[in-house]
Ligand binder design. Structure first.
Ligand SMILES: Cc1ncc(COP(=O)(O)O)c(C=O)c1O
Length: 402
């Protein structure tokens, strides 16, 4: 190749977008101009002073010391898979350990499942707003994300009529994020039942992202699979959020017991073979996490609820702003009434440059850029959040007066 000619980059890259991290480049510019940035973009509890339960750290440390440093089975170590199966069975979705795959976080489970379910040109129903990995992975595999609406006027619940309208012969799966990032919604049983009924009627698989199931403020959210364990459901979760170990990259996917999913399970296991295994030593924490002391979860959820209430109260008090109270996790999706001709990015970049507060604009989650939605991660301590909301209120008043 002649020197000076740049190497080809695939078109996949331009289709792949993950605003939550991409926006950090803008924050770095602000930092290099001498302003301190307050990062409210990434949902990592560890960065805000929450700590991994010691018995999990101990389990991983012991595994490392005991020499468990080789490859492990590609579907995961038996004790971890059995613990996940027992957890799901105990929560009303009976499965055997051979339908569990230990993954590199929920993220890898999502990528494996989508890769097995959708061909290029196939369609997958994805909520708006969405957690952006779904659309990014679909772009990578050449399948089409078809957005369905969730409704801020109804606590961000899915719009069932909208979903029905968007199902086509090419629809392979529907993504259900419950409890939800970025809205903090928790779906009632009636909605879950209706989603299962629709999936059954049209022969589509439910991809149930349940990574926030144990950080709901009203107590652990039930599994969607508990409504009908024979429905075509693949559930994902991990140690990242409810067990406060996001850097360990350890999670699981569970393929429902229906024989309709047997081929899908075989496909997932075949693909999982190709990446050898997910990190081995961390898998030794899965059984202690699921079967051991979970007392940290009540304390974590209570701390989050306090922050959610503070966030909703302060945001709702800002003229031109509204905010639905989150019921789980650590995200809120407020909406600012944008002045004519401005976008959510204008607001978020303006906020960043003027105050150093970094949130993510709604378009990064599949919302229209004129909608004025954005996401706040409210993991910071209440007094820190309070100071942040003072500055946000001042900036917003100025922005809206333009
Ligand atoms: C809805 C949702 N799914 C999946 C993930 C990825 O989590 P993990 O660390 O388990 O890969 C996140 C992370 O923020 C998330 O919010």
């Amino acid at each position: 190749m002649p020197t000076g000619t740049s190497v080809h980059v695939s078109s996949r890259v331009s289709a792949f977008s993950y605003a939550i991290r991409n926006i950090v480049a803008e924050a770095k510019k602000v930092e290099s101009a001498g302003r301190q940035v307050r990062y409210l973009n990434i949902g990592d509890p560890i960065q805000f002073g929450f700590t991994t339960p010691p018995h999990l750290v101990e389990a991983v440390t012991r595994a490392l010391r005991d020499g468990q440093n080789g490859y492990v089975p590609s579907a995961g170590i038996p004790s971890a898979r059995e613990a996940v199966a027992a957890e799901y069975t105990g929560r009303g979705m009976p499965v055997s350990a051979d339908r569990v795959v230990i993954t590199e976080g929920t993220s890898e489970g999502i990528e494996l499942a989508l890769s097995v379910l959708a061909d290029p040109g196939d369609e997958v129903l994805v909520p708006t707003p969405t957690y952006p990995l779904y659309t990014a992975v679909l772009a990578k595999i050449g399948a089409r994300a078809v957005y369905y609406r969730t409704d801020p006027d109804r606590d961000w619940l899915p719009d069932l009529d909208d979903i029905r309208r968007r199902i086509s012969p090419a629809t392979r799966a529907i993504v259900v994020i419950d409890p939800n990032n970025p809205t903090g919604a928790v779906y009632p049983d009636a909605i879950r039942r209706a989603l299962i009924k629709m999936a059954d009627e049209f022969g589509i698989t439910i991809l149930a992202d349940e990574v926030y199931g144990d950080v709901a403020f009203g107590g652990p959210a039930p599994l969607i699979g508990a409504i009908d364990p024979d429905a075509p459901i693949i559930s994902f979760s991990s140690l990242s959020k409810a067990y406060l170990a996001p850097g360990w990259r350890t999670g699981w996917l569970v393929v429902g017991r229906t024989p309709r999913l047997d081929e899908v399970l075989a496909g997932i296991r075949k693909m999982a073979d190709g990446r050898l295994c997910s990190p081995g030593p961390m898998q030794y924490a899965v059984a202690p996490a699921l079967a051991g002391d979970r007392s940290h979860q009540a304390a974590f959820s209570a701390a989050l609820k306090t922050r959610a209430e503070l966030t909703t109260k302060r945001l709702s008090a800002m003229p031109g702003m509204r905010c639905v109270m989150p019921r789980a996790a650590f995200y809120a999706m407020p909406q600012v009434t944008l002045p004519e001709g401005t976008t959510d990015q204008d607001y978020i970049l303006g906020l960043l440059r003027a105050t150093g507060i970094l949130c993510v604009y709604g378009a990064g989650f599949g919302m229209p850029e004129q909608g004025g939605f954005f996401r706040i991660v409210y993991l910071a301590a209440p007094d820190v959040l309070s100071g942040i909301y003072d500055d946000m209120a001042a900036f917003t008043a100025e922005f809206l007066a333009r």
